[in-house]
Design a protein around this ligand. Structure first.
Ligand code: NI
Length: 275
């Protein structure tokens, strides 16, 4: 679920309004962000960015269906990062099959409370070369909470991700894009980069595959991060059209870590796109 923002053509403004509602502080934060990662410094960087390195025996036994493409260079390729929030859910496996057909890599921002019973789905995401991030335990608006409660929302989900997959992640997305200096401080301490978005398809509000596909395809610019939700069947059904349409426009589908590979991810810093 997202904040209601006006629909319509000035999509950069509406997307930015959702994302930067609480973001007056971010400019310049990167310069002062502490790059130490006390809570997860023992985790390999590749794992912290959502790629499987040490997997469970069950996951190791499987061959990755869509291995990551480390050679993709978004300074050369016309990249776009599709992101899917609030899962895993009942339609996520269907989405993974659609992505496999197009060899497309995406990023999933997971709700910790949704992982139990769908651990295999999360492992499939990693095995396919997708990235995963922490989207809190129960999707609260973090800017209304104490730092202690913010930390609990994030660490509980991180533990659940680790229990399900054996890996960690250095990506988080605050629900509703709602962030402030408290959220920034906690994410910096925990070693998370905050990943927002530059294109909001409003797919949670308009449960219409044609509309969602049209927005994603026509509003995307190079290096955008596109927000969608894999808990809505209408969104998942829009994905083949989105992949076809963006492929025709010359886009390469990359994960958020791939998109931001030229900008080392700084804990606590908020990223709206790959520029
Ligand atoms: Ni969400």
């Amino acid at each position: 679920m997202r904040f209601v923002v006006p629909a319509g053509p000035p999509r950069r403004l509406t997307a930015a309004a959702g994302a930067v509602l609480f973001l007056g502080w971010i400019s310049g934060l990167g310069a002062t962000a502490n790059s130490q990662v006390p809570a997860s410094s023992s985790t390999p960087p590749s794992a912290r960015h959502g790629y499987a390195r040490s997997r469970s025996a069950a996951a190791r036994a499987r061959q990755p269906v869509r291995p990551p493409e480390p050679t993709v260079d978004c300074r050369v390729a016309k990249c776009v990062a599709l992101t899917f929030d609030d899962g895993p859910g009942p339609y996520t496996n269907k989405l993974l099959r659609m992505l496999a057909v197009h060899h497309a890599h995406v990023t999933f921002f997971l709700i910790g409370g949704n992982i139990k019973g769908r651990e295999a789905t999360v492992r499939e995401e990693l095995a396919a070369g997708d990235a995963i991030g922490d989207h809190t335990w129960s999707h609260p608006q973090l800017t209304t909470m104490s730092e202690r409660a913010i930390k609990s929302q994030l660490t509980r989900t991180l533990s659940e991700i680790h229990r399900a997959t054996g890996v960690s992640t250095g990506l988080m997305r605050p629900p509703y894009g709602a962030t402030d200096h408290h959220v920034a401080r906690v994410t910096r301490e925990l070693g998370f980069a905050q990943i927002l978005w530059s294109v909001d398809t409003n797919d949670w509000r308009d449960r219409n595959s044609k509309i969602v596909a049209h927005r994603a395809v026509s509003w995307a610019h190079r290096n955008d991060i596109i927000l969608m939700h894999d808990i809505h069947p209408t969104t998942v059904d829009a994905v083949p059209k989105i992949l076809d349409g963006l492929t025709k426009r010359g886009f390469t589908f990359v994960t958020v870590p791939q998109l931001l590979a030229a900008h080392p991810l700084k804990p606590g810093k908020a990223y709206l796109d790959g520029h």
